[in-house]
Write a protein that binds this ligand. Structure first.
Ligand SMILES: Nc1ncnc2c1ncn2[C@@H]1O[C@H](COP(=O)(O)OP(=O)(O)OP(=O)(O)O)[C@@H](O)[C@H]1O
Length: 260
């Protein structure tokens, strides 16, 4: 079994005949913290979903830990944090139930919830500081708190790789900082992270690689780029060296495209 988390080669996705991703080559190795950056509609979420096999490729190939997604059997190795929590109608789920669902891929058909499962759920709730809300219906939580529930669900599964689609979008500064601290600890532990971001904010120090998508293509893959205008900001002191642009790495600024 390969230790490479994701390996996409020539990945293409089309919706109703319209190409959304074209010729994507992306390999994510253990311990990398990769930010997928780009303007609205550039294809970041589609790329994440294609890496996970949730959106089928119309060309090229992709592997999850060495297997095509349809044949991959070790889904506990991946913790996916979608953009938002989809809570269906019917019986309201508690915070604890949603977080505990992160253990499902680790449980065998014949094994009931164990002490280890309960400890992992408790520790995940603690990490996102929602232990005191565990019995509450998730619907009663704010957007930022619901985002924390999704992060806790991924943490509870104790995966090797975290895939997060805009984990900081629309959440308060406190949650962003909490997420950055949580991810920093995971990274120290050797975990792999792929996250979609519109702005890196407090996550910036932990990102090891930036991949910029523009109109469905990779236009930069390397050093995490700075948002345009950062160095021109009032108060920005030029104490850091401006690293040279890697050959063929594409633009280092202007990845944000049109503001939201
Ligand atoms: N299921 C779908 N059916 C049809 N078109 C889709 C579908 N999903 C995405 N698209 C289109 O594909 C393009 C890329 O969308 P995607 O959500 O991947 O972009 P994004 O970079 O993640 O944008 P955002 O930052 O707004 O989340 C957009 O034009 C979008 O409208």
């Amino acid at each position: 079994m390969s230790e490479t988390a994701f390996a996409m080669t020539g990945g293409r996705v089309s919706f109703e005949g319209k190409p959304v991703l074209q010729g994507i080559d992306l390999t994510v190795r253990p311990g990398e913290v990769v930010a997928l950056l780009g303007a609205n509609g550039s294809g970041k979420s589609t790329l994440v979903r294609a890496l996970l096999g949730l959106t089928p490729l119309s060309g090229g190939s992709t592997l999850v830990y060495g297997s095509p997604p349809a044949r991959f059997r070790e889904w506990w190795r991946i913790g996916y944090v979608p953009q938002r929590l989809h809570v269906g109608g019917g019986v309201p789920a508690s915070v604890r139930e949603v977080v505990a669902s992160g253990r499902i891929a680790r449980q065998s058909r014949f094994r009931r919830t164990s002490v280890v499962d309960r400890a992992a759920v408790a520790s995940a709730l603690e990490a996102v500081r929602l232990a005191d809300r565990e019995g509450d219906p998730v619907q009663s939580l704010s957007g930022g708190q619901q985002q924390r529930v999704l992060i806790a669900r991924a943490l509870a599964g104790e995966p090797d790789t975290y895939v997060m689609d805009e984990p900081t979008a629309g959440v308060d500064a406190e949650t962003q900082k909490l997420l950055a601290d949580t991810l920093a600890a995971l990274v120290l532990d050797g975990k792999t992270v792929v996250l979609v971001a519109h702005e890196l904010g407090p996550l910036e120090p932990i990102i090891t690689r930036g991949v910029v998508i523009r109109e469905g293509q990779v236009v930069h893959d390397g050093r995490p780029p700075r948002p345009e205008g950062d160095c021109a900001r009032p108060g920005h002191e030029h104490q850091h060296p401006h690293a040279p642009v890697e050959p063929g790495a594409g633009p280092l600024t202007g990845w944000q495209g049109d503001p939201r």
